[in-house]
Design a protein. Structure first.
Length: 95
């Protein structure tokens, strides 16, 4: 029920619940996360996350960067445009 209510409120702004989760986890952690860490926090499988991240990267909400210590890992961090999206999310959810 909570997820449906959040999804409904955010949909009017072109934001999905899963997109909200990605940006919220990045904001909460205050740092970049690996795709595997993010998937675990969202309770979804890493391959499921890939399509979502692809769309968010196209919207310039997130950036994928190579992990300096492990070339196989991709780190996810919010892009500058994510700040405005996050502000919208917070405003919508507290109203």
């Amino acid at each position: 029920a909570v997820r449906s209510a959040i999804d409904e409120k955010l949909a009017a702004h072109g934001i999905t619940y899963r997109q909200f989760q990605v940006i919220a986890w990045l904001a909460h952690e205050g740092r970049q996360l690996s795709q595997a860490e993010l998937a675990a926090k969202m309770l979804i499988e890493p391959p499921t996350l890939v399509g979502l991240l692809d769309r968010m990267e196209q919207q310039a909400w997130i950036e994928r960067v190579a992990c300096p210590g492990d070339r196989r890992k991709k780190l996810i961090r919010p892009a500058p445009a994510a700040e405005a999206v996050w502000e919208t999310m917070v405003e919508v959810l507290v109203s």
